[in-house]
Design a protein around this ligand. Structure first.
Ligand code: ADQ
Length: 461
């Protein structure tokens, strides 16, 4: 460990997961995901440091090195996990920023803890950053950090990226602590959003709340300017594309289809088990297609992978029960011996198995009610160099902005979802290739590397 760094990432979580070795010792493994892959080379070349929580409460760990990065654990107590993480982040901000598809909780104790944990992250960053360093703060759990950090260290260049949608004024306005939150973000030199719409929402809000002027992407404060720009996040196209050319993965994809009973159509959903993802409504659409005999259990199987998520938050527990009840109902009504039309897995998978599933699926169904981007949609596209496979995609996912050739749906319109699922299943290979080719060009060009480098270029210019 070398002390101070000229490049810092500040995120709720460190980019590593703890693994217990067979001999009982604990070690760290890089957590999967595009963000870590995209940032690792930048971190290595700039000797960067990453500040974040280990994921375990009440743990005090010294900084350590992993894969050429300095990792600096920020401790969080069990009570703070409840109030800052499960509370204000996931029970207040998450639903508020996702169109209030669940009722947000507005509790003062949660807010107070959010503020004090943000302060701790800012202090840790202030201690670690070299003079004039570049600091990149990630996501909705840390929206107060930019202003806190600027106050402690005006010499730094501070960027912030929001991975989830930024809501329209009318929704954001409900937040009792709206002013402090907006001022928190304005501590950055650059605030990045997934979409231009989110950036515009933010600028309008600043005008209305603080009466500050803006012109195109810039907000003018008394003593400086804040840039607000869209940077649609993406996936590691090259890695996924190479993975699905691996003979073992190809073999596994074929095996999956056989295990599913070799149906004509394999439909797939892959999501964190979250109420924003629209899992229930896509199952409802599939169930109705079965009921109306527009498809039979011999023809089509729906595989739904739902990664366990936020299981201590009440909404999420209820959601799990609802989905499992629904799966049971559909299978109860439509299964015959040896054939279950919905295959449901409440599990996490490694990259290779996930790639094989994407490759095996004829129709990927992505139907969030609201989603910042949705990487699953882009991962599916990256896995289809065969130019086959159809993507059914919600208009309310950020990815719909780029993937215009998907079978776009309004997830609130069940008849429309059913219609597009049928079109996707019945499309000719020629039609599928036409759509897939254009979508692949887009994802190949705007991959996650490009996302990170464009953000950093805008921050440093
Ligand atoms: P998420 O809401 O988590 O991300 P998403 O973008 O779809 O949603 O990313 C999920 C990731 O988890 C994907 O990379 C996927 O492969 C992986 N995953 C899902 N289920 C899995 C399973 N069972 N096993 C293993 N891996 C699984 C938030 C925002 C999004 C935004 C991203 C990135 O909500 O809108 O796209 O951040 O900015």
């Amino acid at each position: 460990m070398s002390g101070r760094s000229s490049f810092l990432i500040v995120a709720n979580r460190l980019p590593v997961d703890r693994v217990i070795e067979p001999d009982g010792r604990a070690s760290w493994r890089g957590s999967p995901g595009g963000l870590v892959t995209a940032l690792t080379p930048v971190m290595q070349s700039r000797h960067g440091a990453w500040l974040g929580w280990t994921g375990a409460a009440d743990e005090l760990l010294e900084p350590f090195e992993h894969d050429g990065m300095d990792l600096i654990p920020v401790p969080i107590t069990a009570e703070e996990v409840e109030l800052y993480y499960e509370g204000f982040s996931n029970a207040t901000l998450w639903p508020l920023y996702h169109d209030v598809v669940a009722q947000p909780l507005f509790e003062r104790a949660m807010w107070e803890t959010y503020r004090s944990v943000n302060e701790r992250f800012a202090e840790a960053a202030a201690r670690t950053a070299e003079r004039g360093a570049v600091v990149w703060v990630q996501d909705y759990q840390l929206q107060l950090v930019p202003a806190m950090l600027r106050k402690m260290r005006p010499d730094l260049r501070i960027g912030f990226f929001l991975h989830i949608p930024f809501p329209p004024i009318e929704l954001f306005w409900r937040l009792p602590w709206r002013q402090e939150l907006v001022e928190g973000l304005l501590g950055a030199d650059l605030v990045g959003f997934q979409l231009a719409g989110g950036a515009a929402n933010f600028r309008q809000l600043c005008k209305r709340l603080l009466n500050v002027n803006h012109k195109s992407s810039e907000i003018f404060l008394d003593d400086r300017t804040v840039k607000t720009l869209p940077f649609p996040i993406s996936v590691d196209f090259g890695e996924l594309d190479a993975l699905v050319r691996d003979p073992q993965i190809i073999h596994r994809a074929k095996e999956i289809r056989v295990e599913l009973g070799d149906p004509e159509h394999v439909l797939l959903g892959v999501d964190r088990l979250d109420y924003t993802k629209g899992i229930g409504l896509r199952l409802e659409a599939f169930g109705e297609l079965l009921k109306e005999q527009r498809i039979t259990p011999e023809e089509a199987v729906f595989v739904q992978i739902a990664t366990p998520s936020r299981e201590r938050v009440e909404e999420y527990r209820r959601l799990r029960d609802d989905i499992e009840l629904q799966v049971g109902r559909i299978n109860g009504e439509h299964s015959n011996m040896g054939r279950q039309p919905v295959q449901y897995f409440h599990q996490s998978y490694d990259k290779r198995e996930l790639a094989a599933l994407y490759l095996a699926a004829d129709v990927m169904v992505v139907t969030p009610l609201r989603d910042g981007m949705n990487l699953v949609a882009k991962e599916y596209v990256a896995c289809h160099h065969d130019h086959q496979g159809a993507l059914v995609l919600s208009e309310f996912a950020g990815a719909a902005n780029e993937l215009r050739q998907a079978y776009l749906v309004n997830p609130y319109d069940v008849e429309g979802v059913k219609r597009q699922m049928m079109s996707a299943m019945n499309a000719s290979p020629h039609e599928l290739a036409r759509r897939m080719r254009t979508m692949r060009r887009r994802v190949a060009t705007y991959d996650v590397d490009r996302w990170a480098s464009e953000f950093l270029r805008a921050l440093e210019s």
